[in-house]
Write a protein that binds this ligand. Structure first.
Ligand code: NAD
Length: 497
C-alpha cells in the first residue's frame, strides 16, 4: 500500500505516527495509507505560509493571475488523470468526476481576473485637496477544511481565490479521498506558485484543532456536515478569526400540477441519484402538490430507479457508483429501515445490491419512499445517499411552509409553468440557492454559493464576489496633499465639509 504524503513548503513530506486507510469503495479494499498530521506538522505548514506571505502579498495581482492561467491549462490537460483518482477513492462515475473538475476550473477562471477584482474604490476630492480610496488587502495565512464528496471542486472554491487575493493557504482535505486534491495542488506549484503559498496537510480533528488554535491563521473556510461546521464557526470566531462554515442540507423539489412531468422526472433522477446522492445540493425530497402529481411521479420514477446502471465508478457508461465507505452504506441502509418502521411506503428498495465482480464494494441501489411525513427521521435528517422521499401536500403555500420550517436551507427548486407561482417561490422561500425548473441550482463561479439557516454559519458565501470579500479586508485611506502656499489652522470640531 502506498503512503500519501503531505505537501509542505513545496516538498512532499511523509510522516510516521498516526495514520488511516484510504479505500477504493468499488472494491472495498484499502489502497493507501494516509498520515494524520501532528500539531508539529501543521506548524511547519503555518511557518512556511508565514514566510512566503510578504513576497506573495507584494507580487502584482496580474502576476499572481498569470499563475492561475497556467494552472487552468494544467488542470484541463490532466482532466482524465484527476477524474480517475477521484473515482477510485470517492466512487463517483468518471463522467461525474470530470464534471466536478470542470465546475472547479470555473473558479480558477474567476481567479484569473484578480487585477480587475482587486481594483478597489476611489473618490477624488472628498474634501479640500483630499482624496479617499478603499484598498482590499489580503489577510495573511488562511486555511480551508474540505469534505469527501467533492475532492476537486470544493478545494477549488477556496484557494485559487484566496491566493490571487494575496494570501497563503493551508488546505486540510478529506481523509477519505485525498489523492486528486493533492495532485491538483501539485499542478498549481508546477504552474509557478512560489513554495509555501499553498500547503496540503492530511489529518482529522487533531489537525483541524491545530489550525483553529493557531494565532497565525486569520481565517477558516469550511465545507462539511453541520455539526462540524457549527463547531468550527464557534471555535474560530471565539478566537477572533473570520469563518465561513458551510454545512449539510435537505433539498426539496416542489412539483406543481402544471409542471412538465417528464422533464421533472429526468431532472429528479439525476439530482437525487447522481453521485449516489452524496451531493450537498442533491434533491432528497420531492414535494408534490396534489395526489395526482404524486401518483404520476411515483409511477414514472419507479421503473427508472430500478433500471439505474450501478457499478464501479471507474467503469464507463454508469449512472451511479458505490457510497464512499462501508459505514456510509450502513448508515443509509439504517435510514431506510427507519423509514419503513416509521410507516413510510418503501416503493423501491435498493438494499442488498451486489455488483458482479465487486461483491465487497459499498453499493446500495436507488431507494424511493412515498407518503413521507415531516416528523419522520428520513424527512428531518440529511441521509446523504440514494434515497428520495415523496411528501404529499395540497398547495404551493403548504409546500413552502414545509421548506421554510426545515432546519436546513441550502438549495431548492420548483417545477412549474406558472410564472406567478415561480416568482412567489423565489421571493418567499427561506433557502440560499433556488432553481426554477433547474434541479441543482449551483451558482456559477461569478455568483457566490451558500445556504441559509443551519446550512451556513457566517456572513459571506463561498467563492465569487463574497469569496473576494472573505479573503480580503478593506482598508479605507484618506489622503491630503495641501497646496504649497496654504497653511490651515487647527480644527477642533469634528471634520466635515
Ligand atoms: P464531515 O463534516 O465529516 O468532514 C468535513 C471535514 O471536516 C473533513 O476534512 C474532516 O476531516 C473534518 N472533520 C471531521 N470531523 C471533525 C471534527 N470532529 N472536528 C474537526 N474537523 C472534523 O463531512 P463529510 O462527510 O466529509 O462531507 C459530507 C457533508 O458535507 C454533508 O453533510 C454535506 O451536505 C456537506 N457538504 C456541504 C456542502 C455545502 O456547500 N454546504 C458542500 C459539500 C458537502
Amino acid at each position: 500500500m502506498s503512503v500519501i504524503p503531505h505537501l509542505i513548503n513545496g516538498e512532499l513530506v511523509t510522516e510516521t505516527g498516526r495514520s488511516t486507510d484510504v479505500f477504493n469503495p468499488s472494491t472495498g479494499q484499502a489502497i493507501h495509507k494516509l498520515p494524520l498530521a501532528s500539531r508539529e506538522t501543521i506548524q511547519q505548514a503555518i511557518d512556511a505560509a508565514k514566510a512566503a506571505f510578504p513576497a506573495w502579498r507584494n507580487t502584482p495581482a496580474a502576476k499572481r493571475a498569470q499563475v492561475m492561467f497556467r494552472f487552468k491549462q494544467l488542470l484541463e490537460q490532466n482532466e482524465a488523470r484527476i477524474a480517475q483518482l477521484i473515482s477510485e477513492e470517492h466512487g463517483k462515475t468518471l463522467e461525474d468526476a470530470a464534471g466536478e473538475l470542470k465546475r472547479g476550473i470555473e473558479n480558477v477562471e474567476f481567479a484569473c481576473a484578480a487585477p480587475e477584482i482587486l481594483k478597489g474604490e476611489y473618490s477624488r476630492n472628498v474634501g479640500p485637496n483630499i482624496d479617499a480610496w478603499s484598498d482590499f488587502q489580503p489577510l495573511g495565512v488562511v486555511a480551508g477544511i474540505t469534505p469527501f464528496n467533492f475532492p476537486a471542486m470544493v478545494p477549488l472554491w477556496m484557494y485559487p481565490l484566496a491566493i490571487v487575493c494575496g494570501n497563503c493557504f493551508i488546505l486540510k482535505p478529506s481523509e477519505r479521498d485525498p489523492s486528486s486534491t493533492l495532485l491538483i495542488a501539485q499542478l498549481l506549484l508546477e504552474a509557478g506558485l512560489p513554495k509555501g503559498v499553498l500547503s496540503v496537510v492530511h489529518g482529522d480533528k487533531a489537525a483541524v484543532d491545530a489550525l483553529i488554535e493557531a494565532p497565525e491563521v486569520k481565517a477558516l473556510s469550511f465545507v462539511g456536515s453541520t455539526p462540524i461546521a457549527e463547531y468550527i464557526y464557534a471555535e474560530g470566531t471565539k478566537r477572533g478569526k473570520r469563518v465561513q462554515a458551510l454545512g449539510g442540507a435537505k433539498n426539496h423539489a416542489v412539483l406543481m400540477p402544471d409542471a412538465d412531468l417528464d422533464n421533472a422526472v429526468s431532472a429528479l433522477m439525476g439530482a437525487a441519484y447522481g453521485s449516489c446522492g452524496e451531493r450537498c445540493m442533491a434533491i432528497s425530497v420531492a414535494v408534490c402538490v396534489g395526489d395526482q402529481v404524486a401518483d404520476a411521479l411515483v409511477a414514472k420514477l419507479t421503473p427508472q430507479i430500478k433500471a439505474l446502471k450501478i457499478g464501479a465508478g471507474t467503469s464507463c457508461g454508469l449512472d451511479m457508483g458505490p457510497l464512499v465507505t462501508g459505514a456510509a452504506r450502513d448508515k443509509v441502509s439504517g435510514y431506510v429501515e427507519d423509514g419503513v418502521a416509521a410507516g413510510a411506503t418503501l416503493v423501491v428498495d435498493g438494499r442488498g445490491l451486489s455488483v458482479a465482480g465487486h461483491e465487497n464494494g459499498f453499493f446500495l441501489g436507488g431507494c424511493l419512499f412515498d407518503n413521507v411525513t415531516p416528523e419522520m427521521r428520513i424527512y428531518k435528517e440529511e441521509i446523504f445517499g440514494p434515497v428520495l422521499c415523496v411528501v404529499r401536500v395540497n398547495s404551493l403555500e403548504e409546500a413552502m411552509q414545509l421548506i421554510n420550517d426545515h432546519e436546513y436551507g441550502n438549495g431548492t427548486c420548483i417545477f412549474t409553468r406558472d410564472g406567478e407561482a415561480a416568482r412567489l417561490f423565489c421571493d418567499e422561500i427561506e433557502v440560499g440557492m433556488v432553481g426554477v425548473n433547474v434541479p441543482l441550482p449551483v451558482p456559477v463561479a461569478y455568483h457566490s454559493f451558500g445556504g441559509w439557516k443551519r446550512s451556513l454559519f457566517g456572513d459571506l458565501h463561498a467563492y465569487g464576489p463574497d469569496g473576494v470579500r472573505f479573503y480580503t479586508r478593506r482598508k479605507a485611506i484618506t489622503q491630503r496633499w495641501p497646496q504649497r502656499a496654504s497653511h490651515e489652522a487647527s480644527q477642533f470640531a469634528f471634520p466635515s465639509l
